[in-house]
Design a protein around this ligand. Structure first.
Ligand code: SAM
Length: 333
């Protein structure tokens, strides 16, 4: 069912599609400008169509991909350290993906308090939102659940409301931003938080480089498939004719910039037609398209990221090996 921007509203679930406020032309131009720039790039947000979200879920289950299980182990034990009474709180999860991390947090809330809690998931992936909110509602029938399909970079007003909030941004998705994007994102977030609101932010930490590199180069090559799938998404949006098989997945640790870089490397010379803009681009063999950065952090970075946005760091929760951290920030004014 679809009523304007509200896609579904039944059995205590509301799903709102804010992506419809962004015109196709804007999205096509964003992709075309990236592909046509001197250092070609595609924003990582385009990874997440239905197939991309499914592949990302598969990645999170891989032996090599330590971030998800490490972050989950932290979330499982911090419920009462974040808040001692969740009544009246709106938990907002940005880039929520599947429901499994938030389920671990909500499980730690007593049934009496849970009746007075709202949960809002925000993600660019329509399929991920639909699946995660309906699964959560089945697990926690008393929870009021809203899904918002939106771009949290270009639609920063999505979380404005008057309720006391705990915002969750897991998965070290913050690491995908450039420094400039991160500062803008954090300032926007902070400006929408009111006194007493909290932010839980997941950070993948700097560690031995080969452990990090393996996480993005798994033996089953699921990450390679995820990486190439972005070209299918681009084809669907722009009418381009990329053949993903003609590109190699190339992920490596850039020690100077403390980040994993993911690129797609052309296996041969090719001319790509982009029907929606009636343009073609010529890509030479071995040329790359940069698709993702995944920055890694230390505790100094974590504190300064909060500080720059006017938030105080209340706690940093870390696993025994120090591989992943979740920062708890608070707005004081
Ligand atoms: C690295 S995954 C993390 C998923 C999940 N939070 C986790 O920790 O496993 C990034 C998530 O953010 C979403 N995402 C990426 N860019 C986005 C954007 N600009 N706006 C909204 N969601 C976005 C993706 O669809 C995906 O679900």
């Amino acid at each position: 069912m679809e009523i304007d921007n509200i896609v579904v509203k039944n059995r205590g679930i509301t799903i709102i599609n804010r992506l419809k406020d962004i015109s196709n032309k804007t999205i096509i131009n964003e992709i075309y400008n990236g592909l046509n720039s001197k250092r070609r790039y595609i924003s990582p947000k385009f990874f997440y169509d239905k197939r991309g979200s499914e592949l990302f879920e598969k990645i999170t289950e891989l032996d090599e991909y330590y971030p998800t299980r490490t972050e989950k182990s932290i979330i499982s034990s911090i419920g009462n350290k974040i808040c001692n009474n969740y009544s009246g709180i709106n938990i907002i999860e940005l880039g929520s993906g599947d429901h499994t991390k938030i389920e671990l947090l909500i499980k730690q809330i007593s049934p009496e308090q849970l009746r007075k809690v709202e949960y809002t998931a925000v993600d660019i992936s329509e399929s991920a939102i639909k699946k995660s909110v309906s699964t959560l509602k089945k697990v926690f029938s008393q929870l009021k659940v809203t899904g918002i399909i939106a771009d949290f970079i270009n639609q920063p007003d999505i979380i404005t409301n008057n309720k006391q909030k705990i915002i969750c941004f897991f998965g070290s998705t913050i690491g995908n931003f450039t420094e400039r994007e991160r500062i803008r994102f954090m300032n926007n977030l902070s400006s929408q938080m009111r006194k007493g609101d909290k932010l839980l932010l997941g950070f993948d930490m700097i560690k031995e480089h080969n452990i990090i590199e393996k996480a993005y180069n798994d033996d089953k090559m699921v990450t390679a498939e995820f990486s190439r799938n972005v070209l299918n998404v681009v084809n669907n949006i722009t009418g381009s004719n990329f053949n993903p098989k003609e590109f190699e997945h190339n992920a490596f640790y850039n020690a100077k910039k403390e980040r994993i870089e993911m690129h797609l490397k052309a296996r041969k010379d090719m001319l790509i037609d982009i029907e929606s803009v009636k343009e073609s681009i010529y890509i030479k063999k071995d040329e790359t398209i940069h698709t993702e950065n995944s920055h890694k952090f230390n505790s100094e970075h974590i504190k300064s990221i909060g500080h720059q946005a006017g938030l105080s760091t209340t706690d940093i929760f870390t696993d025994k090996k120090g591989w992943f951290s979740i920062a708890l920030y608070k707005k004081h004014t």
